[in-house]
Design a protein around this ligand. Structure first.
Ligand code: AMP
Length: 495
C-alpha cells in the first residue's frame, strides 16, 4: 500500500456495501469534547439532544489525550437511534478524555452502516477520526482526481475525500495538512476531528451549517471545551454557549489550550435559512439567533401578509407549532392543537392486509374532532415539498368536520434542491417548481393557500447583511455552478 494510502482503522467496522457516490444526503448533527474524563458519556448526551438532526445512524469515537503516541482510537457506530445504540457497556468501551460524535439521517436506499460516522483511519498523520455535517459540492471532482492517483475509497460519503486529502498532504503536521485539505473543499462543512493529542474543529468559509462552541467548568476548576451543531446539546450537559466557530475558522484544542485561526479567506456568509424554518430545535441559538424567535416571527409575518377570517389556528405538529403560535398571536384567532402527533412511531409497522387509506400519515397524526368540527381552520406548516403529506393532512382535517381549511406555509415555495446538507428531492418532484400556487392549492385540496415571501423570511431570521443562503427558494446557489449542475443532474437521474 502506498504510504499515503489510507488504511482502514482496525476499529472500523468491516463493511462491504458499495453505494454509488452520488447517493449523498447528509442531514446530520456533530459533537466534540476535549479534556473530560467522561468524554464519551457526554458525547452520548450531546447526540441525544441532536437526535432530531438525523435518526438513521449514530457513532462516537474516543481517545485519551495523554500517554504514548500510537494510543488506541475507539469507534462505535451503528444504525438506529442514539439511545438504542449506546448502552452503558458500549460507552464503557469508549474510554478517553476526548471524543467526537455524529448522528446521521439519510433517505431510503442509502441506509448503510458503511456511511455511518465518525470515520476513523490510520495514516501518516497518525490515527484520526472525523465527523461531518454538510455536503461537499466538489467531492465528485476531488474523488475522481484522487482515484486516478490511486486512492481507494471505502464508503460513498463525501467526508472520506477529506481524509484522503489529509493523508496525501506533504505538510508535516495534521493541522497543516488539514488547512491544505480544507482549502480544496467547496460547499458545506462543519467538521470535528479527533487526533492523537487534540481535537480540531472547522467550518466552511460560507458558514452554511451551524457549529457552536461551549465551555464546561470541571470540579477542579479546569475548563473543558465542547462543540455541537446546536446549543440544545450544551443545555443538557450544563455547558455554557460561548459563541460560534466562525465561517472559515479552525479551532484546535490540546493540552496547550484552545487556539483559533482563520484558515480561509473571507467569503460571503451563506447560513442555511432552513435551519430556522424547520431543521434546528426551537430551543437552540443558531447563527446568533433564537430559532423559536425566528419561527414565531415567521408566523406573525404570515398572518400580517396573508390573513384569513377563520375560527381556529392549528399547527401541523411538530414542524408548524411555533409559526402557528405566531400566526395566532398576530391575528388574534385562537390557537389549539387540532392534530395530535404520536411520538412513538418506529421505523417499521405492520399494516393490515386490507390497506388503510393514508395509513402512514394516520399513524403519525390524528385529528381532534371536537376542536375541528364545523370550524374554519387555518392550518400552519413550515414547508411544502412534494405536497403529498399536506394533501393528506388537509383531507384529514376536513374529514374531521372542518368547514374550511386554509393552508399557510411559513417559508417561500421550495423550487430548487439543496446541495449543502438538507435532503430535498429533485426539481421534478418539487411541487412548487412545476406548479402555480393556485395549482398547488387545488392539489392539496385547501380552500386557500399562501406562502411567506422571501422578504418575510429574511426579516424573520434578522438577515440584515445578506448572510443567509436561500437557494432552495430562489435557485441562486452561492458556490460554483458547474459542480451544482453535476449534482443536480445526478439527483434528476435518481428521481
Ligand atoms: P411534503 O410536502 O408532502 O413533501 O412534506 C412536507 C412536510 O415535510 C412538512 O411537514 C415539512 O415539515 C417536512 N419536511 C420538509 N423538509 C424536510 C426535510 N428536509 N426532512 C424532513 N422533513 C421535511
Amino acid at each position: 500500500m502506498h504510504k499515503n494510502q489510507l488504511e482502514p482503522s482496525m476499529f472500523e467496522a468491516d463493511l462491504d456495501e458499495n453505494v454509488p457516490f452520488d447517493k449523498l444526503r447528509e442531514e446530520c448533527g456533530v459533537f466534540a469534547i476535549y479534556g473530560h474524563p467522561e468524554a464519551a458519556n457526554l458525547t452520548y448526551l450531546g447526540l441525544y439532544a441532536l437526535q432530531h438532526r438525523g435518526q438513521e445512524s449514530a457513532g462516537i469515537a474516543s481517545m485519551a489525550s495523554t500517554g504514548k503516541p500510537g494510543r488506541d482510537l475507539y469507534n462505535h457506530k451503528s444504525m438506529g437511534h442514539v439511545a438504542d445504540i449506546f448502552s452503558p457497556e458500549v460507552l464503557g468501551r469508549l474510554p478517553g478524555d476526548m471524543a467526537i460524535g455524529h448522528t446521521r439521517y439519510s433517505t431510503a436506499g442509502d441506509t448503510v452502516l458503511l456511511n455511518a460516522q465518525p470515520f476513523s483511519v490510520a495514516c501518516n498523520k497518525g490515527k484520526i477520526a472525523v465527523a461531518h455535517n454538510g455536503n461537499i459540492t466538489n467531492a465528485g471532482e476531488l474523488r475522481r482526481e484522487l482515484e486516478q492517483e490511486g486512492s481507494i475509497f471505502q464508503a460513498s460519503s463525501d467526508t472520506e475525500v477529506i481524509l484522503h486529502l489529509v493523508a496525501r498532504s506533504r505538510e508535516k503536521t495534521l493541522a497543516g495538512a488539514l488547512r491544505e485539505a480544507l482549502l480544496q473543499l467547496e460547499g458545506a462543512f462543519s467538521l470535528v476531528f479527533l487526533a492523537e493529542d487534540r481535537i480540531i474543529i472547522a467550518r466552511d468559509p460560507h458558514g452554511f451549517r451551524p457549529l457552536a462552541l461551549g465551555q464546561m467548568e470541571m470540579p477542579d476548576g479546569a475548563v473543558c471545551y465542547v462543540f455541537a451543531s446546536e446549543t440544545c446539546a450544551f443545555d443538557l450537559i450544563d455547558a455554557v454557549h460561548l459563541g460560534d466557530v466562525e465561517p472559515g475558522e479552525m479551532v484546535i484544542v490540546s493540552k496547550e489550550g484552545m487556539t483559533r485561526e482563520r484558515y480561509a479567506p473571507v467569503r460571503a456568509h451563506a447560513h442555511c435559512a432552513f435551519e430556522h424554518v424547520y431543521f434546528s430545535r426551537p430551543d437552540s441559538m443558531v447563527f446568533g439567533r433564537s430559532v423559536q424567535e425566528s419561527r414565531e416571527m415567521l408566523g406573525r409575518l404570515l398572518a400580517q401578509l396573508h390573513p384569513v377570517d377563520a375560527d381556529i389556528v392549528v399547527p401541523v405538529p411538530d414542524s408548524g407549532v411555533a409559526a402557528a403560535l405566531g400566526y395566532a398571536l398576530e391575528s388574534g384567532i385562537p390557537y389549539n392543537l387540532g392534530l395530535i402527533r404520536n411520538h412513538y412511531v418506529g421505523r417499521t409497522f405492520i399494516e393490515p392486509s386490507q390497506a388503510i387509506r393514508d395509513f402512514g400519515v394516520k399513524l403519525k397524526l390524528n385529528p381532534v374532532r371536537a376542536l375541528l368540527e364545523g370550524k374554519r381552520v387555518i392550518l400552519v406548516d413550515d414547508s411544502l415539498v412534494r405536497g403529498t403529506t399536506s394533501r393528506k393532512i388537509v383531507r384529514m382535517v376536513r374529514n374531521a368536520g372542518a368547514r374550511e381549511v386554509h393552508l399557510r406555509i411559513s417559508c417561500p415555495p421550495t423550487v430548487s434542491p439543496c446541495f449543502y446538507g438538507v435532503d430535498t428531492p429533485s426539481v421534478a418532484e418539487l411541487i412548487a417548481a412545476n406548479n402555480t400556487t393556485e395549482e398547488i392549492r387545488r392539489f392539496v385540496e385547501a380552500d386557500s393557500l399562501a406562502y411567506l415571501p422571501l422578504s418575510g423570511l429574511r426579516e424573520a431570521v434578522a438577515d440584515h447583511n445578506h448572510d443567509y443562503c436561500y437557494a432552495c427558494y430562489t435557485g441562486n446557489y452561492p458556490t460554483d455552478l458547474v459542480n451544482i449542475k453535476e449534482l443536480m443532474a445526478a439527483k434528476d437521474r435518481r428521481a
